[in-house]
Write a protein that binds this ligand. Structure first.
Ligand code: SAM
Length: 251
């Protein structure tokens, strides 16, 4: 079942990959969200070994390379994304793998100073296995940082600027989108509560250092928002966090 979903999601990600070239990449943690330059979650990156889960087009890894890391590794489900990442990272000696994050593909264990993931973790069909694998990749004392939609955010609907709750945050499961990004690209995406992410991190052996419910990046300070019913809008983001960001450490 999980295998089937991943196989179909992979096909769809290959189709929509071009919509995500350089989108949702560091220093951004998410739509309208504070950036790494504002939050400073990583600290010194010089000579560090880093792994990007869901590296997409490779733009976060390029940001890391510019910060002076020693080794850049990335995993992504989509072969098309991996091909784009190779172009983005030309000359930087990246180690890139096309694979689902849920699967053990023999990446080195106890090896990385940082594992991070920008707007990808929520796609995993097996959260416990994914967190357990990420924990195993890290050196002791290593850090895992990820961002994802605030788990309540998908339930916030807006009509003429009036925001209300639709659906049931209580029910965890999956949602199917028949036309992701307006293309004939069906996707299945899990829904989870905030507590599930936190508790699964603890179960995998992490110590949680910081939980951030995003605020709007200061780069939008001078922009007056218009009332908007779009899924992501400055109007909504000024009222409710679009993104959750969690920083956790392996002891
Ligand atoms: C919003 S994009 C992320 C962009 C990326 N973080 C960056 O820095 O450019 C989501 C990515 O997650 C990948 N993805 C989705 N499901 C995945 C899975 N199960 N395992 C690994 N990657 C996955 C997609 O192929 C896509 O490249």
């Amino acid at each position: 079942m999980t295998f089937e979903i991943l196989k179909n999601n992979k096909k769809s990600w290959d189709k929509v990959a071009h919509h995500f070239n350089g989108k949702d990449a560091l220093p951004s943690y998410g739509p309208f969200t504070q950036t790494e330059e504002e939050l400073m979650l990583f600290g010194d990156l010089t000579n560090k070994k880093i792994l990007d889960i869901g590296c997409g087009s490779g733009h976060s890894l390029r940001y890391m390379a510019e910060k002076g890391v020693n080794e850049i590794w990335g995993v992504d489900l989509s072969q098309n994304q991996i091909e784009t990442a190779k172009e983005t990272l030309e000359g930087m000696n990246p180690k890139l793998y096309c694979a689902p994050m849920e699967k053990d593909i023999n990446l080195p264990k106890e090896y990385f100073d940082f594992v991070y993931s920008i707007y990808v973790i929520g796609w995993t069909m097996d959260l416990p296995a994914t967190f357990k694998l990420i924990h195993s990749y890290l050196k002791s004392g290593g850090t895992f940082i990820f961002s994802w939609d605030h788990p309540l955010y998908p339930y916030l609907k807006s009509e003429n600027g009036r925001i209300f709750l639709e659906g049931t945050y209580q029910n965890e499961g999956t949602v199917t989108y028949e036309n992701f990004k307006g293309e004939d690209a069906p996707m299945v995406i899990p829904t989870r509560k905030m507590s599930t992410y936190i508790n699964e991190l603890i179960t995998a052996g992490f110590t949680i250092e910081k939980v951030i419910e995003s605020d709007v990046s200061e780069s939008f300070d001078s922009i007056e928002e218009e009332v908007s019913d779009r899924y992501y809008s400055l109007y909504k983001a000024r009222k409710f966090p679009t993104t959750m960001i969690i920083k956790a450490r392996k002891q």
